[in-house]
Design a protein. Structure first.
Length: 396
């Protein structure tokens, strides 16, 4: 009867560092297995056409409790119909697939979930550059923890951020493949990361911040951006005025902007955190929009800052090149102007919750975030107006 009781585990228990090796049933045949090395994986026991079978559902935390339950429900439904869902899936993802083939299968589904073209391209580029030359033609089931460590060790110190992201992508590909082929094998990813990090000195572990100008120098730089009307200059000005990320600014469309209410509403799918964000528009931002409207730019997608020749969204490299052309490429990045805003806000004693909300940063404390629903729109409107006045203080 206990096996029939569903949802016995909690997310807190599954994440707990205190779990000892053993089996932890969730009900309905779904079990969290903690191996002696403390690697955690999901296993489903069920009956198909009178035969008892076991199916691996992937490792935790790559496969969350909720995802494991959904997958288990899918397999149970198939079993009731006399179907072995995993066996059917194996036909499209053979056990002997190499890493390149596993990535191609994984990417068919993953690509659709990425709205940022630049981030999507980085998946294939980083794996092609740092993983596939050594491991690409290896059958996935033969890749060991030692293989992964040896592959990443040469770049873990020199290109730590890139290496870390690439390791996360490799893990996603391998675990997706293992789910498809019903593999109960799990690589000790936590141990791999610990081993790689063990080679880093304290100096290597320091956070690498985006390059940014001193906030006191930004008004003079902003004045230089205003010297002539070019789309890239308008877009960078918009990003600075609104403290927005590059992709959010470059993808701005007129339908997101309420000129009467002086508000820019960015939908969830265009935000890094997948949460809708409202940006109160300062007088300076509204004046910029009026300038852009006067140019009569053409874009079939309704972009505010379309590329002059293509009519499509500007690339991130366009803004990077602009910074280089203005002689600050080695001192600043587009993203770095968000840091300038944060430094200015701290100097002006803007409430930290308000400035964080301006930057669309979510509180890392989930409990506090659940209770704090206010997005401080009125306070942010005052802050953004003051920021706009500060930025244009050197403008002719």
């Amino acid at each position: 009867m206990s096996n029939r009781t569903l949802n016995r585990l909690t997310a807190t228990k599954v994440r707990s560092p205190n779990l000892k090796p053993g089996e932890y049933p969730d009900g309905g045949g779904l079990i969290l297995i903690v191996d002696p090395g403390l690697t955690r994986r999901w296993l489903l026991r069920m009956t198909i056409n009178g035969q008892r079978v076991k199916r691996g559902l992937g490792g935790f935390p790559a496969v969350s409790l909720e995802e494991a339950r959904e997958r288990a429900a899918e397999l149970r439904k198939g079993a009731k119909e006399g179907r072995d869902v995993v066996a059917e899936e194996k036909r499209s993802s053979p056990q002997g697939a190499n890493l390149r083939q596993a990535f191609a299968t994984f990417w068919e589904l993953k690509a659709a979930s990425l709205s940022n073209g630049k981030h999507a391209a980085q998946w294939g580029t980083t794996l092609e550059t740092y993983v596939f030359p050594v491991l690409g033609n290896r059958p996935v089931e033969t890749i060991t923890a030692d293989d992964v460590i040896r592959n990443f060790a040469p770049i873990w110190r020199t290109k730590n951020e890139t290496a870390s992201r690439t390791l996360q992508r490799l893990r996603a590909v391998i675990e997706s493949h293992q789910i498809r082929v019903n593999s109960e094998r799990a690589l000790p990813w936590r141990g791999i990361l610990k081993e790689l990090n063990g080679s880093l000195s304290k100096a290597d572990r320091r956070v690498q911040h985006f390059r940014a100008l001193p906030f006191a120098d930004v008004p003079a730089f902003y004045a230089r951006l205003c010297e002539r009307p070019a789309v890239s200059r308008f877009c960078l000005r918009w990003a600075i005025l609104t403290a927005a990320r590059s992709g959010e600014a470059r993808g701005t469309v007129w339908t997101e902007i309420d000129l009467t209410g002086k508000l820019w509403s960015i939908p969830a799918e265009r935000m890094k955190g997948r949460v809708p964000h409202r940006v109160p528009l300062s007088t300076a931002a509204m004046e910029l929009l009026a300038e852009v409207q006067g140019l009569d730019l053409r874009s079939s997608d309704g972009l505010v800052f379309p590329g002059p020749s293509s009519g499509r969204a500007l690339s991130d490299m366009t803004l990077t090149k602009l910074l280089r052309d203005l002689g600050v490429g080695d001192q600043a990045t587009c993203h770095g102007f968000r840091s300038c805003f944060k430094d200015w806000a701290a100097n002006e004693r803007v409430d930290d919750r308000v400035s964080e909300s301006c930057l669309a940063h979510q509180d890392e404390n989930k409990v506090r975030r659940a209770y704090l629903r206010d997005d401080f729109l009125d306070q942010r409107r005052n802050a953004m107006e003051a920021w706009g006045i500060f930025l244009t203080s050197d403008k002719p």
